[in-house]
Design a protein around this ligand. Structure first.
Ligand SMILES: [Zn+2]
Length: 277
């Protein structure tokens, strides 16, 4: 009988000790374990509880695009977009003057100081260069385009000269559009574009040209307000692969376009959501 009492007493003492241990652990607040979602368990220490019914405030987004209105694009020719869908009229003739270090290349008189600063910087960086193209009038572009169309038509007709009314000529004229810009579709008519080559070349093959020059141009052109207008990687958006063609758009826009790695069509589309390219 005394043995049984002793045993019960021992068990009671053990239970008390166990109870004391549990209570002391809970008071210290350490590692109370709750069942979490999907059968996992999360420890309360290290988890911040939040009210799931409250939708968090969205992070404020900062608009990094230059603050331009559609009016700015209309009022400033240096922001004008020119391509196969956005043609310049035959009457568009900017005032141009001869580029000082060329024999007969012309450029916008208004933006000549910006071009000069750009060319001075290329020279100061120790590069040789050659201006392979600058201002081209509507009629000159028409001449270049028609020559290309006639040449293709001649080939399509199997070495026979055909008339403009021949259906084959229309086919040739369409094919020529992917080789030479039709009149009105060339940015050179704006007087704000130049083709910068490493030297005078009769045939332009980009990979053969001084890549150090183009690396420098791409890094610094925006400082003078110029963009690389037809980078190879944007061929499907611009229609042209002319990595030597640079165009003036002003420092703010140029810096943005070059830093973001976008082409001018992408830039333009941000301000004109209906723009198609
Ligand atoms: Zn060009």
């Amino acid at each position: 009988m005394r043995k049984k009492t002793l045993w019960i007493l021992t068990m009671m003492v053990l239970c008390l000790v166990l109870y004391m241990i549990v209570v002391s652990r809970m008071e210290s607040g350490a590692s109370v374990i709750f069942p979490g979602s999907e059968g996992t368990f999360i420890r309360t220490d290290g988890v911040n509880f939040s009210d799931l019914n409250v939708t968090p405030e969205p992070e404020p987004t900062i608009d990094i695009w230059p603050k331009l209105t559609t009016q700015d694009f209309e009022n400033n020719t240096y922001l004008q977009i020119v391509n196969n869908n956005n043609l310049l009229s035959s009457a568009y003739e900017p005032e141009v003057s001869k580029i000082a270090r060329t024999r007969y290349m012309m450029y916008s008189t208004e933006y000549m100081p910006e071009l000069d600063a750009f060319l001075d910087a290329i020279e100061a960086a120790g590069f040789e260069y050659f201006i392979g193209g600058a201002y081209r009038s509507y009629s000159y572009q028409a001449h270049v385009y028609n020559s290309k169309a006639s040449q293709i038509a001649y080939e399509l007709a199997g070495g026979r000269t055909i008339d403009y009314t021949d259906p084959l000529y229309a086919e040739a004229a369409e094919a020529a559009k992917s080789i030479t810009a039709p009149p009105g579709a060339s940015e050179h008519q704006l007087g704000l574009a130049i083709d910068i080559l490493d030297r005078n070349r009769s045939r332009i093959v980009y990979s053969d040209m001084n890549q150090e020059l183009y690396a420098w141009l791409d890094e610094h052109c925006a400082e003078y307000g110029f963009i690389k207008r037809y980078p190879t990687r944007k061929l499907l958006l611009t229609g042209w692969d002319e990595p030597w063609h640079y165009r003036y758009v002003g420092k703010e826009v140029a810096t943005f376009v070059m830093e973001q790695g976008i082409c001018y069509e992408e830039f333009y589309a941000h301000y004109f959501p209906d723009f198609e390219y």
